[in-house]
Design a protein around this ligand. Structure first.
Ligand code: NAD
Length: 433
């Protein structure tokens, strides 16, 4: 008899880490249901849009550097392709679950519809801890996962991008693996690639730039001056640091920032560029000497005009929402506010720029990258930034007009606008067979 114990085929989802209000798919559907009800969405279309088109679970065997084989579980969910190819990032994280990937894929569907770009929504993830993996192991993981989800991928069917713990380097391996399979180079298979191999100028800054543009529009709508507006930013990675830098360039005063090591506060204003230099050398804010140390929990409830949660999901919940003092929240992260916190923030009169609008600058420039790859003609950075600005300002105005017309929050309005756009295309296309 063999002494090998049978292992479960796939690792179990770790859904128990979420309280009910924080389950990503539940949180997304709570908002979806509210918007669908207000739109009077036809029951058939309602159930169609409540389901992902397809989901794939793959096992990803990797020979580790020590010679042992480890088998990871990967997912790819294509939520909806009515308006165009599935679009959405791939994350490598120990806490990835199918529920989370499905919610993120649905969010991508609504996000692409809010900014009116011709994509559907998708998302992928692998349950792994990349911090404990060598570059060689990460490359093997990326290539084997890409091979596993090949049947979904294609520039006309499903186009990935980086997400948590994946980057340009990983997108280059993904693009190479796909290209080797189809026997020719296909740059448009992914976005967020290095610029030298078909990436777009301005992509790295695009999400933060979109946060800055929508925040500027929100302050204008509320009759608040941009100059001197006090800003707190949670998360100092790509989205948080670029948002802070561009808001500072607009004359706003960044008074607090944080990362996973904690936060720094200075009521007179921090020097964002200096802090970015620090984090690029030291990889975190730890050890930065200026300002006063605060915790992440304190940052969220600091007295300010604009709060930018740009780190993780579920940072603003029913527990801390009553304590938030910001006048505007710009959701740089995906899902930073739990559904239960929405009504508390509304009641307090806090103006929330919802994630599917606030952080849509990234996917908008991903769309530009895909267009440039397919056209084989590349734009200069000013052109990218001007076109991004036009789309973000127009989208903010369209969501705000919907909110005013229906007397609803910006979040509900953004879902209504998105669901209406996706539903309209389904109505026109009809059901196949
Ligand atoms: P990143 O990895 O570059 O940065 C994440 C930051 O969050 C880091 O500074 C990290 O230290 C910090 N962080 C981690 N745990 C924290 C904690 N417990 N408390 C406070 N800070 C913590 O990631 P990113 O690309 O900036 O993405 C951030 C969020 O924005 C994610 O939700 C992501 O899905 C979303 N987003 C990113 C993009 C994009 O283009 N990068 C686009 C849309 C949405």
């Amino acid at each position: 008899m063999s002494s090998i114990k049978p292992a479960p085929l796939f690792r179990q989802d770790r859904d128990q880490r979420f309280r009910h209000e924080e389950k990503p798919f539940e949180a997304m559907m709570y908002r979806f249901d509210d918007a669908a009800r207000r739109l009077g969405l036809d029951p058939g279309l309602y159930s169609l849009l409540r389901h992902a088109e397809r989901a794939l679970i793959v096992s990803v065997p990797v020979a580790r550097d020590n010679g042992q084989i480890e088998v990871y579980t990967g997912y790819r969910v294509v939520y909806n392709t009515a308006r165009g190819p599935g679009k959405g990032g791939i994350r490598f994280h120990p806490d990835v679950t199918l529920d989370e990937v499905t919610a993120l894929a649905a969010w991508m569907t609504w996000k692409c519809a809010v900014v009116n770009i011709p994509f559907g929504g998708a998302k992928g993830g692998v349950i792994c801890d990349p911090s404990g993996m060598s570059p060689g192991e990460l490359e093997k993981l990326t290539r084997r996962y890409t091979a596993g989800i090949m049947s979904f991928l294609g520039p006309d069917s499903d186009v990935p991008a980086p997400d948590v713990n994946t980057n340009e380097r990983i997108m280059a391996w993904l693009m190479d693996t796909y290209s080797m399979h189809v026997r020719h180079t296909v740059t448009a298979i992914t976005t967020g690639k290095p610029v030298v191999m078909g990436g777009s100028l301005g992509r790295r800054e695009a999400t933060g730039r979109g946060c800055m543009i929508t925040t500027r529009s929100a302050l204008k709508k509320l009759g608040m001056p941009t100059k001197g507006a006090k800003v707190c930013v949670q998360g100092f990675g790509n989205v948080g640091s670029i948002s802070a830098m561009l808001m500072e360039e607009q004359g706003m005063k960044v008074i607090a920032v944080s990362d996973h090591t904690g936060g720094i506060y200075d009521k007179k204003g921090l020097n964002v560029k200096e802090m970015m230099e620090w984090t690029s050398k030291h990889r975190s804010l730890e050890g930065y000497k200026k300002g006063e140390k605060i915790s992440n929990a304190e940052l969220l409830v600091t007295d300010c005009d604009v709060l930018v949660p740009a780190a993780l999901e579920n940072q603003i919940t029913a527990d801390n929402a009553p304590l938030i003092k910001a006048r505007v929240i710009c959701e740089g992260a995906n899902g930073p506010t739990s559904a239960a916190a929405d009504s508390i923030l509304d009641a307090k009169g806090i103006f929330v720029i919802p994630d599917i609008l606030a952080n849509a600058g990234g996917v908008t420039v991903s769309y530009f990258e895909w267009v440039q790859d397919r056209g084989g003609y590349f734009w200069d950075e000013d052109t990218v930034n001007q076109r991004l600005e036009r789309i973000m300002e127009r989208s903010f105005d369209e969501v705000a007009a919907m909110a005013d017309a229906h007397e609803v929050s910006m979040r509900t309005a953004s879902y209504m606008l998105a669901i209406d756009r996706v539903a309209e295309v389904h109505r026109l296309r009809g059901l196949y067979a």
